[in-house]
Design a protein around this ligand. Sequence first.
Ligand SMILES: N[C@@H](CCC(=O)N[C@@H](CS)C(=O)NCC(=O)O)C(=O)O
Length: 206
Amino acid sequence: MPTLYYAVGACSLAPHIVLEWIGEPYEAVRVDYGSPELLAVNPAGAVPTLREDDGWLLSQCGAILDYLAHKHPQAGLAGGDSLRAKAEAHRWSAFFTSDVHASFWPIFMPFRYTTDKGAPAREAVVEAGHRLARRQFDHLERHLAGREHILEGGRSVIDAYAFPMLGWAKKLLPGGLADYPNAQALHERLAADPAVRRVLARETGE
Ligand SMILES: N[C@@H](CCC(=O)N[C@@H](CS)C(=O)NCC(=O)O)C(=O)O
């Protein structure tokens, strides 16, 4: 049975949702950043990390999502099998890892982006993060026009990848998702999904 190491409020929510969608047995272990338990499975100290029974460890959210989608083809979460469908899944996974997730770093951890310890410098970094994130949500919003899911092939691991970041945007961007009705609608659809609700209850209830 695979074990997912996750932290509350983190991008690890995405593979947690995917494991629940797949419906096969798994274990979810809540960890704290910097804890020996997390460092033992991922020296980078980051979540998500997935451990298979034979001890094989996989980090990087996009890689974990891709692995789960292809390990369980019957769940239909890969977004399609054609060469182009696979390329689209890769494209959107990279978008969430490198563009969207990265735009939140200055918002979550401004101290990593300036050596100036003063509040104005840190506030400027947060503001730059807001602008960067808005740029990414503009792009996502245009893509979602007339679509229920991010990939043409229907519900996929990429929708799950979007979910925690839509939540961050709602909470942390000035105005939340008000300027992004398509993104807001995707967030609402996912938030109403019974599997997503179970995962959220588990993550916040433990
Ligand atoms: N590129 C990695 C980033 C993972 C990552 O940094 N996750 C955050 C939570 S969303 C984390 O564990 N942060 C801890 C830290 O940066 O110290 C991925 O996509 O999995």
